[in-house]
Design a protein around this ligand. Structure first.
Ligand SMILES: NC(=O)NCCC(=O)O
Ligand SMILES: [Zn+2]
Ligand SMILES: [Zn+2]
Length: 477
């Protein structure tokens, strides 16, 4: 049955207006005021914002890492994402050296099929460039619609690729219309610093941060940017945490390099002191790159609002404290890296961004949804509210006050890194392709209802466009 979303304030990356939305067969078919409700179920959205569903460009669901597997799989992770207002996730498909890429992609499909409650797609990790990889890549892009590759510059002896591999991946990406993503840290130097710390008996979680200083995130970011310029290619730097990396991205952008940057709520909200929590609790806050001293947070907010960083991903990679994070008691280097954020990403950005006057409403939509859809070949199917787009919508109460907590979250993990933080704003109902997944804060979706999304090729910097203007639309307050 058709639906009319009646009387909400519709917000896209460019516009804010009062209106109705008609949905038929999963698509938005009409926008306007006073739309006829003939043959349609009417959903009252008065007093609510209607946002495009969030697009989370960075998740790790059901991923083996650090001798264990993430606590959230595609079912629990996407259900939690939906509660939080996200209707599309792009997950990282890991690959293994010497094994066909296709095999890894099939493994990732098997993890998601029948489980995902919202739509999903995959980025593909590139660990090496061999003749086999070169032969397989064009078919993977064409058949699977995987148009983004991930290269790790860190995690020595696990995921790390060398600079030659990064450079050749950039060349291939340029040739085939894909976007290269990098985890930018200097893995070789980190490896040395970790061994030095452990030999000195420094085993606590705080040493995770101290052995990964921001200067080497900046160094790796600058190196990747220069290789991108040399290859005349395109680069997206994931989980930017610090001023040094922002500076490298900004300089490269000013020189015309096609480079984009993502940050994550944890780097905007939490700081290095969390790793000093007693009783090994600091392990809950072990991400790579690590949380930074507080001063970096303002640099990240400024970069988001000025458009030097363009997206916010969750980097969802959850591990329970009990039994998983605890693997690193006595040796911080064995703490599985990552944390849960898929559910809270959207609302944190609204509360800390819009409500605190750091982002306009339109910028908020841009960084949590639209820009990722554009960069990763999903726009305008995803990431906006327009006739012909998928009816992925979030009906959002901007005034709902709540406190983030493991007691109330829906992620399958035994702690919440934002525990006790008060925020304002909450998704009330969420639709994926016109069907409710969340209705009046209750899950009404289905495992397996999420569809795999083949993505278009990277369209270039001009298509991905400039960020929503700092003054481009009505502010919330
Ligand atoms: N970020 C993190 O600590 N874990 C997930 C893997 C990655 O993105 O590096
Ligand atoms: Zn990473
Ligand atoms: Zn990640």
């Amino acid at each position: 049955m058709a639906k009319i979303i009646r009387g909400g304030t519709i917000v896209t990356a460019s516009d804010t207006y009062q209106g109705d939305i008609r949905i038929e067969n999963g698509l938005i078919t009409q926008l306007g005021k006073g739309l006829s409700q003939e043959g349609a179920e009417v959903v009252d959205a008065s007093g609510l914002y209607v946002f495009p569903g969030g697009v989370d460009p960075h998740t790790h669901l059901d991923m083996p890492f650090g001798g264990t597997v993430t606590a959230d799989n595609f079912e629990t992770g996407t259900r939690a994402a939906a509660f939080g207002g996200t209707t599309t996730v792009i997950d990282f498909c890991l690959t293994n050296k010497g094994k066909p890429l296709r095999e890894s992609v099939q493994t990732w499909h098997a993890k998601a099929e029948g489980k995902a409650t919202i739509d999903y797609s995959f980025h593909l990790m590139i660990a090496e460039i061999t003749d086999e990889v070169l032969t397989e890549l064009p078919a993977i892009i064409e058949d699977e619609g995987i148009t983004s590759f991930k290269v790790f510059m860190a995690y020595k002896n696990v995921f790390q690729a060398d600079d030659g591999t990064l450079y050749r991946t950039l060349l291939e990406a340029k040739k085939h219309g894909a976007l290269v993503m990098v985890h930018a840290e200097n893995g070789d130097v980190i490896d040395y610093l970790i061994r030095e710390a452990l030999e000195a008996g420094n085993t606590d979680p705080i040493y995770h941060a101290l052995t990964r200083p921001s200067i080497i995130e900046g160094e790796a970011t600058g190196r990747a940017a220069k290789l991108t310029a040399m290859a005349n290619s395109q680069l997206y730097v994931v989980h930017v945490t610090c001023e040094e990396a922002v500076k490298q991205i900004t300089e490269a952008r000013n020189q015309g390099v096609d480079i984009w940057g993502e940050t994550c709520p944890q780097y905007l909200m939490l700081d290095q002191t969390y790793l000093e929590k007693p009783d090994f609790e600091g392990a809950k806050y072990v991400w790579s790159p690590p949380l930074r001293p507080k001063a970096h947070q303002e640099a990240l907010w400024t970069a988001l609002s000025s458009g030097q960083l363009q997206t916010v991903g969750s980097d969802q990679c959850s591990f329970n404290f009990k039994g998983q994070k605890e693997l690193g008691r006595g040796d911080f280097s064995l703490i599985p890296n990552g944390g849960p954020c898929i559910e809270d990403r959207f609302s944190i950005l609204f509360s800390e961004g819009v409500r605190k006057g750091r982002l306009t409403l339109n910028q908020f939509v841009d960084v949590v949804s639209t820009r990722s859809a554009k960069l990763f070949g999903l726009f305008p199917q995803k990431g906006t509210i327009a006739v012909g787009s998928d009816a992925d919508l979030v009906l959002f109460d901007p005034d709902a006050a709540r406190t983030l907590s493991v007691q109330t979250h829906h992620m399958n993990v035994d702690y919440n890194p934002f525990e006790g933080i008060a925020i304002t704003g909450e998704p009330v109902s969420v639709l994926s392709r016109g069907e409710f997944v969340i209705r009046d804060k209750q899950f009404v979706g289905q495992a397996g209802a999420g569809q795999y999304l083949k993505r278009k090729r990277y369209q270039g910097a001009a298509y991905a466009g400039s960020p929503a203007k700092a003054n481009g639309g009505a502010d919330h307050v």
